[in-house]
Design a protein. Sequence first.
Length: 242
Amino acid sequence: MPTEAWLAWYQEAAMLQAVTGDEGRGGEAERCFERHLSSLVDSPHLDVGTPPTTVSNMSSGQQSYSAPLELAFPEDLISPEVLKALPSELTMRPLASDDYKRGHLDVLSVLTVVNDPGAAAWTSQFHAMRAMPRTYFSLVIVDKKSDRIVGVGSLFVERKFLRGLGSVGHIEDIAVDKSQQGKKLGQRIIQALTYISENSGCYKTILNCSDSNVPFYEKCGFARKENEMAKYAPERSHSPRL
């Protein structure tokens, strides 16, 4: 069965169940499912496929269907080689719209002070960045067992008028949870972001780092080039006014 068909009956069933409060057999949600299933079974071109991932509810014996993650960018842009190199208990994927609850900001706090804006503002920022395709690529490493984020990193693609309308990839905000350091996760994040940058057509990939981190980035294939300059805005003037 095509994924779209499963999603159709699931969404309708979930909506009816929420309205009627009926979870038992014979309820509107159950009848909705049976109606969709019957129509599909009668089709001469039925493709059974794979239903949505189910998660067992051990206390009630029921099964619930997990909705697909809303990702910041297509998952297949991440290097297969990097994925293979990760420890088996971890996975890497694009940032998801509900990753606030998985501790995204907690991991970023390893880098610097993070002012928690709350879930609603965080999600709004996610959608604002997602609305600019091929520009922002934020990815995370997730512990499979706990479903918590343990590593983060971002790539920003800057489009230019020079070098034949070329692009530059800026790597930012690389952070790994202290409990997971020593597993080369930072290196895997850098490799994954560089892969995306180069496959996006960027003629170079750049980043800023402290002197103490220079040896690490040299191991990742980067070299010293020019100097970083910065001018910080006055305190309490960070809100956009344009």
